[in-house]
Design a protein around this ligand. Structure first.
Ligand SMILES: O=C(O)[C@@H](O)C(=O)COP(=O)(O)O
Ligand code: ZN
Length: 211
């Protein structure tokens, strides 16, 4: 896809996520990586439901603002994920209700904060680690994200929300939706005895559906 098509994609998926109630107010940010390593990212304080192609920000690999409106204050964690995941071409960060609720819990294992419930969860999200809390926009947040990004296509920012990457914006959006639905299931099953997917089942899924 060329830059114009990718800009149109960000507008389309921003509106879709907003329409589905996964994005609200001016929370969240989306980005895609261009072939030259620069990224297109949603402008800071913009509503994902009402973007225009022209206002979307362009940012260089070192975080310099090149074009469009001022970029998301989280452009640095987007850049950190792209650096650590060469195959990633798009990133979705939102504050969807159930995933944020999981991010506000205490977790026995901060490297694995959701039990393995369904095959699709394993295929689209994998093991979900919690990134320690830092103020939004803090460069320390971007560095903490960098530390986990190589091993995880999805991460959960403590007391904040998920970051999900994919090889296209469509794939990142689908994975994000799977994460929100998994978080919903997690609360729905609550304290009832849980039938977790076995290690063998997870290994089989990972071998059959790599990436
Ligand atoms: O939670 C925050 O403040 C950011 O992570 C966010 O979601 C929106 O920030 P901008 O992209 O700078 O609007
Ligand atoms: Zn946020």
């Amino acid at each position: 896809m060329n830059e114009d098509e990718l800009r149109a994609d960000i507008v389309k998926y921003g509106a879709l996520l907003y329409g589905r109630g996964l994005a609200h107010g001016s929370a969240g940010n989306l980005s895609v990586r261009l072939d030259d390593g620069t990224i297109l990212v949603t402008p800071t304080n913009s509503s994902l439901g009402f973007l225009t192609a022209e206002q979307i920000s362009k940012v260089s690999i070192d975080g310099t603002h090149i074009a469009g409106d001022p970029p998301s204050k989280e452009a640095f964690f987007h850049l950190a994920v792209y650096e650590e995941r060469p195959a990633a071409k798009a990133i979705v960060h939102l504050h969807s209700t159930h995933a944020v609720a999981v991010s506000c819990l205490c977790h026995a294992d901060s490297f694995d904060v959701l039990p393995p419930l369904t095959a699709y969860q394993i295929m689209r999200i994998g093991r979900l680690p919690l990134v320690p809390y830092y103020r939004p926009g803090d460069r320390k947040l971007a560095e903490a994200v960098r530390g986990l990004a190589g091993e995880h296509k999805a991460m959960l920012l403590a007391n904040h929300g998920p970051i999900v990457s994919g090889s296209s914006l469509q794939k990142a959006v689908h994975a994000y939706e799977e994460l929100e639905e998994t978080a919903k299931l997690f609360f729905l099953v609550g304290d009832r005895p849980l039938s977790r997917l076995t290690c063998e089942a997870i290994a089989d899924l990972n071998a059959t559906f790599p990436g």
